[in-house]
Design a binder for this molecule. Structure first.
Ligand SMILES: O=C(O)CCC(=O)C(=O)O
Length: 277
């Protein structure tokens, strides 16, 4: 179900042959970079007030937990507490359903500089599923975990694997506090089932996987920067080894003509049709 019906208009074309993009859009070389690598970073897309409001919302939830939450202990990733009852077992990993927690999230995903870029990557009509990501990811000191190499699409179910997620840094993100790493070009790479473990993470014991993982690059972000990444791009993240919690707002988008398959988890929640801008 799509929640809003905003009048539809034409495609936002990529900028012309030269590399100077119109304000609020990707340049042609940035689009080419996304097509080649499966990710691209737009610097300073969220202003300081937006980041501050999101941070205040997230910190309030950590101080007085409410709404749907995911705990580090739930996933059993390396470094996570063994159970909710263990030391650090109440460490929150994700504040789910961010869209419903504060209007600032909807304001941000509707802002022209974001939507125009998504239209350049996905086509004219952009839908935001509320079933995937739609969260503030937190990486807390002491009890944060390592997320293995995976493709987000692995548990999603759509007509085509054509979705893009955005990762908005609400603070500094570097290797020392568990920033994302990505493997360029893996959004178009065929990876056989044998190279993945039971949970569909890349197996670290295989030499061909080691060669692939050696190509990893960190997504080093400052507050307000946004990483756009394809749902097939392999990515991972380490633990937070600093004393400060890392916060990132994460949302996923699809073209209107790439609907979720009926009956699956991807079809289980409402979706937003983003405004034409
Ligand atoms: O641990 C992290 O920050 C990475 C999270 C991630 O990639 C995911 O949940 O899909």
């Amino acid at each position: 179900m799509i929640e809003s019906s905003v009048p539809l208009a034409g495609v936002v074309a990529p900028s012309a042959a030269q590399d100077d993009a119109p304000v609020g859009e990707f340049s042609t070389s940035e689009i080419a970079g996304f097509e080649q690598d499966g990710f691209v970073i737009a610097r300073q897309l969220a202003d300081a007030a937006t980041c501050r409001q999101m941070l205040e919302c997230a910190r309030a939830v950590l101080a007085a937990p409410s709404g749907p939450l995911e705990y580090e202990a739930d996933l059993h990733y390396p470094g996570a507490p063994g159970s909710r009852a263990a030391a650090g077992g109440n460490t929150i990993r994700r504040l789910k359903e961010a869209h419903g927690r504060h209007p600032v999230f909807t304001q941000f995903v509707s802002q022209a500089t974001l939507v125009r870029r998504l239209r350049q990557l996905l086509g004219p009509h952009i839908v935001m599923p509320l079933a995937h990501h739609n969260c503030v990811m937190t990486k807390q000191p002491r009890y944060s975990s390592e997320t293995g190499w995976h493709q987000d699409i692995r548990y999603w179910s759509y007509a085509r694997p054509e979705l893009v997620s955005i990762w908005l840094a609400l603070g500094r993100e570097r290797p020392d506090n568990g920033c994302l790493y990505l493997i360029p070009g893996t959004h178009t790479l065929a990876v056989s089932r044998e190279r993945l473990d039971e949970a569909l993470f890349l197996r670290s014991d295989l030499p061909e996987n080691a060669a692939l993982i050696a190509k990893k690059v960190p997504a080093e972000l400052d507050p307000g920067d946004v990483l756009f990444f394809h749902s097939r791009t392999f990515h991972s993240a380490g633990r937070n080894q600093t004393g400060d919690t890392k916060f990132s707002a994460v949302f996923t988008f699809r073209p209107l003509d790439n609907p979720p398959k009926p009956g699956g988890r991807s079809a289980a929640m409402a979706e937003l049709l983003l405004p034409l801008v």
